[in-house]
Design a protein around this ligand. Structure first.
Ligand code: 6PG
Length: 256
């Protein structure tokens, strides 16, 4: 029976606006990268899609941040992908390429994108194999140094949607599902992989997210009802980067 609650209380960091949120997330990225590269020679990140992380990716490409990161030691993976080609406007890979990768010197062999253009089941199986080849671990799941996540108003995260069979996945590392609401297939890392990470960070902005933030982090909340609420790093850390308007309905002692 998986542990329902993480060892440590999640860290909640509230920022004035998306720019300040991105700055704080970028500072965390720089610190984690330095530690991981020093101790393991590499920094592995699973990137989030959606619109909120774009500000972070753009900021990491600025001189102020890009010069603090040894990009040759960074390996970029994706937490989820839309089943579209890499040049498609909805592609999470394309979003990262435009916001970050085309602005920095980055080794192409360190880019590990999900093949959204392929048959979803094939793409999921191939990506799992790529993770197995890369992490070379006998553990039930690979341990990313950092997993970035967003949050949908329905409580979905990565491409783990309420009621989806992918939520029940206990052995596979990558899953695919048809999302009725979007009339589309999605590829996603599964909960065992997300919860095996050393650090998981949610980036959540906008007043539209305040009801779901309350349902997840508010007093008397029952977070396990939502996919995002099932993100509980087994031994790792969990941070919620929230803008003030996203946190409007919760009262928390600020950590940031
Ligand atoms: C995706 C994401 C998804 C996203 C949320 C929040 O591919 O769409 O990974 O989980 O993070 O839908 O999206 P916004 O940041 O755009 O609100």
């Amino acid at each position: 029976m998986p542990r329902l609650f993480p060892m440590a209380e999640p860290e909640v960091i509230i920022s004035r606006d998306p720019d300040e949120l991105a700055r704080r997330a970028a500072a965390q990225w720089v610190a984690l990268a330095a530690t991981a590269i020093q101790s393991r020679g590499r920094f592995t990140v699973a990137l989030s899609g959606g619109s909120t992380p774009k500000t972070l990716y753009s900021l990491l490409a600025t001189p102020e941040f890009r010069e603090k990161i040894d990009w040759n030691r960074v390996h970029l993976f994706w937490g989820d992908e839309r089943c579209v080609p890499p040049d498609h406007p909805e592609s999470n890979y394309r979003m990262v390429r435009e916001a970050l990768l085309r602005k920095i010197e980055f080794p192409p062999q360190n880019i590990h994108r999900m093949a959204g253009e392929k048959d979803p089941d094939t793409a999921a199986a191939e990506y799992e194999q790529e993770l197995r080849n890369f992490f070379q671990t006998t553990a039930p799941a690979p341990a990313f140094d950092l997993v970035l996540l967003g949050l949908g108003e329905d409580g979905h995260t990565a491409s783990l949607f309420p009621g989806s069979t992918t939520l029940k996945e206990t052995t596979r590392w990558v899953a695919t599902a048809y999302v009725e609401r979007l009339h589309a297939h999605r590829l996603s890392l599964t909960l065992p992989v997300i919860n095996a990470a050393a650090q998981v960070s949610f980036l959540v902005a906008g007043e539209g997210k305040s009801p779901i933030v309350k349902a997840l982090l508010g007093k008397d909340s029952n977070p396990a009802r939502y996919p995002a609420g099932q993100v509980r790093p087994v031994t790792g850390e969990l941070t919620w980067f929230l803008t003030q308007d996203a946190a409007a309905e919760i009262a928390v002692s600020q950590n940031g």
